[in-house]
Design a protein around this ligand. Structure first.
Ligand SMILES: C[S@@+](CC[C@H](N)C(=O)[O-])C[C@H]1O[C@@H](n2cnc3c(N)ncnc32)[C@H](O)[C@@H]1O
Length: 273
């Protein structure tokens, strides 16, 4: 694996993105503030409704400009603004829809009235219809053995279960919305390769940069808060002990192992699930 170039810039991505060459980035992983009032130290995540939509459209415009024609963009969002984000990517910026991924987590705040929120969403769009997707890099073991299944593994689908990086996890950073490394790794493995350039305009505690460092992808991170930039630098310099999270389905052993009807090794099988 080549040594990746990891660069981290402190500042407002609306300004920093203007210095990135047009059509120079293969993959954008964007986890912007969701406008829920989180405290990000030197910036408070609470704009007026129209102001937040204008902010979203501004950074998306730059993101589209810097993406290569073969590029992909994944954007995280909470439920309050997901429909507006979809509209902006689809209608206003003319990106191509691929997948609406739900990140489902099993723990979180409990509500007394209404249903306790247990997911955030990730919209996966591409700049054109000609893009790469490395399904073989992200397969998970099949749940059942069936002779017609592809026993190399199943497509993980569009509902992903990764636990939060819990406060008790030694890899938990002092950042309010740190994302799980294995979740980010799935995105990077699916939509980039070792020659790719990945961009994260809201890099926070540095999860995307850390994963790119491990997977050998060049990566550019941008972050407004200097304290999070320092946090990321420390994280990148630390010994890598493995991802702070994993998809539990990756550990499963296919059920219903057959007594008869085992497919011949090397025979291509249909994938069902
Ligand atoms: C949802 S968090 C990203 C978390 C990150 N994915 C992680 O795993 O740690 C959003 C981040 O965007 C930063 N931010 C807010 N506005 C920004 C801007 N205009 N330019 C760059 N960063 C910004 C915040 O300081 C915060 O760290």
């Amino acid at each position: 694996m080549k040594a990746p170039k990891i660069s981290l810039q402190q500042g407002d991505c609306l300004q920093l993105l203007k210095h990135i060459d047009a059509e120079s980035v293969d993959l954008i992983v964007a986890d912007p503030p969701y406008n829920l009032g989180k405290d990000y130290g030197n910036n408070h995540d609470l704009l007026g409704f129209n102001e937040y939509l204008a902010f979203t459209e501004s950074w998306l415009r730059e993101a589209k400009r810097v993406l290569k024609p073969s590029g992909s963009i994944y954007v995280f969002m909470g439920v309050r603004f997901i429909s507006y984000l979809y509209d902006a990517m689809d209608q206003k910026h003319g990106l191509f829809f691929n997948s609406w991924i739900t990140w489902h987590y099993t723990q979180g705040m409990g509500r007394k009235i209404g249903f306790s929120p247990r997911h955030e969403d990730i919209l996966f769009f591409t700049k054109t219809e000609d893009f790469e997707f490395n399904l073989d890099s992200i397969r998970i073991p099949q749940k059942y053995f069936r002779a017609r299944n592809n026993m190399a593994g199943a497509n993980p689908g569009d509902v992903w279960q990764f636990s939060h990086v819990h406060y008790s996890n030694p890899e938990r950073e002092e950042h309010p919305t740190q994302k799980p490394e294995a979740l980010i790794a799935r995105i990077i493995l699916a939509s980039s390769n070792e020659k790719s350039v990945v961009l994260d305009p809201f890099s926070g505690s540095g999860t995307t940069l850390r994963v790119c460092q491990q997977l050998g992808r060049d990566c550019i991170g941008m972050e407004l808060n200097p304290a999070y930039v320092e946090m990321t630098e420390r994280r990148l310099a630390a010994q890598f002990e493995g991802y702070d999270s994993f998809d539990q389905r990756a550990d499963r052993v296919p059920n219903d192992l057959p007594k008869t009807g085992m497919a011949e090794p090397g025979v291509t099988q249909l994938e069902l699930s």
